[in-house]
Design a protein around this ligand. Structure first.
Ligand code: MN
Length: 424
């Protein structure tokens, strides 16, 4: 395991015990100070390091690290340098931030290179070229199949043989802090034969984790399950906002469209696969056995706790869901192997979302659709109101982290505010 993952490491930068960003994490993001241009940063505690400033001062002398990529407004070119380089940058930053290393700690450079996160405007960490959304949580797929089809036969015949997915819209993926208007569109009211047009009444979130690819392939190439991790740079939280009434009417026979493409919200920091190494765990047993190209060895799932809060307009909040990334039936390596088995190319900065991550318990369901069981079990809120879906003015906040001994490796948050539908 990487030296940077040593649980005993401590930083001279003060890090609160419940911070997502201890020295064992060091995730990469893009942020801007007021009046300044956006640039690559690394989070540590409630601060962030300006990588260009460190390199300019001679403190980030990593073989293969080009200076130009540290001045770019997205991380694609940095990530494209490859894991040998980005991993070495993480190792070097870990050294610089160790409590017993004075190189940066006692250097005036701290005044300009160590920024307060609260003063930064975080931006999309990558230009997302292509976006895939999978449907890989068995508890979620079973819940949806039970609600809308046959409780005794909830999973469709293909589900345990391949990671079902679809290609979505990349340019409507936005970073945490977004304000998203309730979408307007066609819906078929219960019992009606013709559709109506208006604001969606069933506005929902989907709790997901997405991986960012860091190594491209050419059209026609395949990535095996064993090679897949080499192509995965890191992970973010992903809120796949969904309009359930629009979805139900439009999705036959080609799948999600306007119910999904009005905005999806990611957390700003990309947590590297290296930093998540300590949280590997077993997945569900896959039965029936999968085809040879989807077989895998070892621990390919990750024990990452996931939570969703609804924050009411008056500021009161309620944690409505507690789930875990370990509940994925299909792991990320299988997803990437499946997506490329036909020769589909991948690019640096693509996003591959997991699909809604539900666990076996009712409290771990990853969408309001499941939590309120299609609106039949309203969720009481602290102000005396209740929610079947998400209301205008509500904020949706997602968090996620791996729990280490005395520290946690986390994502920060994916937060968005739901605004009323726009007037036409
Ligand atoms: Mn989804």
């Amino acid at each position: 395991m990487s030296k940077a993952n040593d649980p005993s490491l401590r930083s001279w930068v003060e890090v609160a015990p419940d911070s997502d960003f201890p020295i064992q994490n060091l995730p990469f993001g893009i942020g801007a100070r007021p009046g300044d241009s956006p640039r690559p940063l690394v989070a540590i505690g409630d601060k962030a390091l300006d990588l260009a400033a460190l390199q300019h001062a001679g403190l980030l002398d990593v073989p293969g690290l080009r200076a130009d990529v540290l001045h770019m407004p997205r991380l694609n070119e940095f990530i494209a340098l490859g894991k040998a380089v980005t991993g070495a940058v993480r190792e070097r930053l870990s050294e610089l931030l160790r409590h017993d290393n004075a190189e940066l700690r006692d250097n005036d450079l701290c005044n300009t290179a160590l920024l307060e996160q609260k003063n930064l405007t975080m931006q999309m960490p990558v230009r997302v070229g292509d976006y895939t959304d999978f449907y890989s949580s068995i508890d979620h797929a079973t819940n949806v199949g039970t609600m809308f089809r046959d409780p005794d036969n909830a999973l469709l015949p293909n589900w345990k043989h391949l990671p079902v997915g679809y290609h979505g819209r990349a340019s409507s993926i936005v970073v945490s802090g977004a304000e998203i208007h309730r979408p307007t569109g066609q819906q078929l009211p219960a019992g009606a034969e013709t559709p109506v047009f208006g604001p969606s009444k069933l506005f929902d979130f989907e709790l997901e984790v997405a991986f960012v690819t860091g190594k491209a392939t050419a059209l026609g190439e395949r990535v095996s399950v064993a090679q897949a991790e080499d192509h995965i740079f890191g992970l973010v939280l992903f809120n796949d906002l969904s309009a359930r009434d629009i979805q139900k009417w439009e999705y036959v026979p080609l799948g999600p469209f306007l119910a999904k493409n009005f905005g999806s919200v990611i957390s700003p920091w990309i947590v590297t696969l290296e930093a998540l190494e300590p949280f590997r765990t077993e997945g569900y047993t896959q039965d029936p056995p999968v085809l040879p190209y989807l077989r895998y060895d070892g621990k390919m799932n990750y024990d990452l706790k996931l939570e969703v809060d609804l924050v009411l307009p008056d500021g009161q909040s309620k944690t409505v869901c507690q789930s875990n990334f370990k509940y994925m039936y299909w792991n990320m390596c299988q997803q990437l192997a499946h997506q490329t088995v036909n020769g589909c190319n991948i690019n640096v900065g693509d996003l591959y979302a997991s699909g809604t991550i539900s666990g076996p318990e009712a409290s771990s369901f990853g969408s309001m659709l499941e939590l309120s069981w299609r609106g039949t079990k309203p969720i009481p809120m602290p102000d005396g109101s209740e929610r079947k879906f998400v209301n205008d003015g509500d904020q949706i906040v997602m968090r996620g982290w791996g729990a280490g001994e005395g520290y946690r490796v986390g994502f920060g948050e994916s937060r968005c505010t739901v605004l009323p539908a726009r007037e036409l």
